[in-house]
Design a protein around this ligand. Sequence first.
Ligand SMILES: [Zn+2]
Length: 278
Amino acid sequence: MIFTLFLIAITGIFIGLYAKFYKRIPILMYHRIATVPGERNSLPPEKFKEQLDYLQKEGYITITLNDLYRHYVQQAPLPLRPVVLTFDDGYDDNYAIALPLLRDRNMKAAVFPITNWIGKENKWENFNQQITRTMDWDKLREWKTAEMEIGSHTLDHPFLTQCDEHRLEQELRASKVILEEQLGSTIDFLCYPYGFFDDTIIRVAQKAGYKGALAIYDNVPLWQQDLFALPRIPIPARQSLWEFKLKVGRLHIIFILLRQLERNCKRLLRKLSLLGIV
Ligand SMILES: [Zn+2]
């Protein structure tokens, strides 16, 4: 009897979650498309190609962030299996390797370059790892000509939550203006460095004229849909295909919820162990 009630409760929770979240569109977060041993944010090209082939074979359609915006705000219709692809930091391999693979499949993606690091080496994060270049302005223009999107990833990639309001204004507004002047089109979306944001940052972003902003799934409240806290799912270097399938499926938000729960449990355990309780 108790077991039956438990099963009914679990089924009810599952159906409730599915009904609440099934309209959310998966947004994937990539960085480099390159083989760099030991570097979590560099996805080998053959794995990226395998993922694109899977999306194509299963009938997924890559949509733009503006498509997503129109869907969430104006209820514009979307294809049956939509997915958004995004690239952080604007690495040169996004242009050299990802762009041809995307073009071959008629797929769309958004890139978020760091305005003051365009066409330079990736020294802003000082990973002490393989140095690489970022796309220069001509490559970004070609990216745009291929009907891909470009958004802002700030001027210098700081932790925005540590910036005062004047610096925030600079990072969010000036990066947008420079990109717009150089590329000749409106920059509608912002990507928070390291995924961190708060209410002040959202307010400054809205004032600067962005339509929305992208974060990372573990920092985002999921119960309310917020265009300035769009959750993205990282695709790490060792991404297995079975997990990738979960990340792009209709149930991806449940996957995210479980990962958030796992993170919170780990945080709680760390705190309890610091207090000597466990
Ligand atoms: Zn970044």
